[in-house]
Design a protein around this ligand. Structure first.
Ligand SMILES: Cc1ncc(COP(=O)(O)O)c(C=O)c1O
Length: 476
């Protein structure tokens, strides 16, 4: 490039950073410069950034570098690419992006929400809750008990109810290992807090449950993601990491990864346990998205009972609003776990735990679970029919579908286009750990729609988008 061309490009650029002021690769320097300029008010909300080729000429770098820099800035939520129009500074005042924890059920304007993995709606749930409430109302002794402070781990008779249930579900667990929690997310937080100190390293899949990413951040843990293949987490990559650093724990959803739906193969389970023993780390096994027995493989907690915490919750079976879960841990770790629990909330709310136990004891919980497993399978079959030809992964009885975007679709654009079509989905970003490029993919949850017809409608709207990728993307 001639000096003349560079000078001309510089004059035409509305914004020109000095990349030499930043270390690291040029594209990251560009993203950092964008962050600083936005922070300092040099780049205003909704301002259009210089076209990529022009900025590349002005900076004396390749267009690819600018493209990657803008993409990195988009990944960090600083800018947004608009089809056919360029890249703009993100306007936080007008934040329409889906907030991960923001729940927006289906509503009258025909919007369909596939963004969160919730239990499948069923009238059985309301009846089950009413019946459980009635059981409690008719038992003044129990009612008096729930008014009192209780033991942190849960009352012995409640732990026995959970153990009997697990037994029926084919999972023998010793009640002396159990701690009742305020749900699965609480179980994750407690385990991380009890087993890891700030600054220690937590390892998860590169694509993982956002709640664990949030908890690791709150607890000031270092967090690294490991890639996967068809069998699940890449154990060679994990071993290489163990040789260089010292992970304190691996968090994993072996029966159904959220968001990709993959399952950790039997062989990989053994390899993970062998690595855990060799390099001395904990395993946190999340079974909150609980699978039917024919899909459940040997639990990591059975393979390595001395170093595994098993997380379970009633949120995806009975109701997310109950906020009741349990964890099973090696007995040696119970003092640390209960100390953490006391520091959080002293105990899970006794009334909610008693209600949950009454529901489980009625036998209704088993029926609900069986029905939901069938329903999830039917919904996943619907996905195969309606998204025929699309590139997706999922578990055949799972809550989620991981949809790779074709052609020209960028994740943010697709999420916005889906929202415009009345369907809410989540892009890959909340699930992505570390600085690896975020895949062009979205997660759909099959469970929230009121019925299969509503799910079909949502899938048809998404399929229509997949078949008409954006045209006329400006090439700079
Ligand atoms: C894998 C996984 N773990 C934990 C949780 C949190 O469970 P709870 O709602 O019981 O806190 C969820 C909820 O979606 C989940 O998908």
């Amino acid at each position: 490039m001639t000096i003349d061309l560079q000078e001309k490009a510089k004059r035409r650029c509305s914004w020109l950073p000095d990349l030499n002021a930043y270390s690291g690769p040029r594209y990251k320097a560009l993203a950092a410069a964008l962050a600083e300029a936005i922070d300092q008010g040099d780049l205003a909300a909704d301002m259009r950034l210089p076209p990529q080729r022009l900025l590349a000429d002005a900076l004396g770098v390749t267009t690819g570098t600018v493209t990657r820099g803008y993409a990195e800035a988009e990944r960090r939520g600083l800018v947004e690419a608009r089809v056919g129009s360029g890249t703009y500074v993100y306007d936080r005042q007008d934040d329409q992006r889906p907030n991960f924890y923001h729940l927006q059920a289906e509503n009258e304007d025909n919007r369909l929400d596939l963004s969160l993995s919730l239990m499948v709606p069923s009238p059985q749930r309301l009846q089950g809750l009413q019946q459980a409430l009635q059981t409690l109302i008719e038992d003044p002794l129990q009612l008096a008990e729930v008014l009192a402070y209780q033991s942190e781990r849960g009352q012995p008779q409640q732990l026995a109810v959970f153990c009997d249930w697990f037994q029926r579900l084919g999972i023998p667990i010793d009640p002396d290992q159990l701690v009742v929690t305020d749900g699965g997310q609480h179980g994750i937080f407690l385990s991380l807090q009890a087993l890891l100190a700030p600054g220690e390293l937590l390892v998860t899949d590169q694509l993982t449950y956002p709640g664990v990413i949030a908890a690791a951040r709150e607890l000031h843990l270092r967090h690294q993601g490991i890639p996967r293949d068809a069998q699940g987490m890449d154990m060679q990559a994990l071993e290489r990491l163990c040789q260089q650093q010292k992970p304190r724990a691996v968090y994993i959803m072996p029966d159904q990864n959220n968001p990709t739906g993959y399952c950790l193969s039997a062989e990989r389970r053994k390899e993970l346990v062998a690595l855990a023993r060799q390099y001395d780390f904990w395993i946190i096994e999340d079974a909150v998205q609980f699978m039917p027995p024919e899909f459940r493989q040997e639990r990591l907690a059975d393979l390595a009972p001395e170093r595994c915490v098993y997380l379970f919750s009633t949120s995806k079976i009975l109701a997310g609003g109950l906020r009741v879960g349990v964890l099973a841990a090696p007995k040696t770790q119970l003092p640390r776990l209960t100390a953490a629990l006391r520091a959080h909330c002293w105990m899970a709310p006794p009334l909610m735990v008693a209600l949950t136990c009454a529901w489980i004891e009625s036998g209704e919980a088993d029926q609900l679970l069986e029905w939901q497993w069938q329903e999830l399978r039917a919904r996943q079959e619907l996905v195969s029919q309606e998204l025929e030809g699309a590139d997706f992964s999922r578990h055949p009885a799972g809550f989620v579908v991981w949809l790779q975007l074709p052609g020209d679709w960028q994740t943010g654009e697709f999420v916005r286009a889906a929202a415009d079509a009345g369907v809410r989905v989540l892009g890959a970003e909340p699930f992505s750990v570390g600085s690896q490029p975020v895949p062009r993919a979205v997660r759909l949850c099959v469970s929230p729609p009121a019925n299969r017809d509503r799910l079909r409608e949502a899938l048809q709207r998404l399929q229509a988008l997949l078949k008409s990728p954006p045209r006329g993307r400006a090439v700079f």
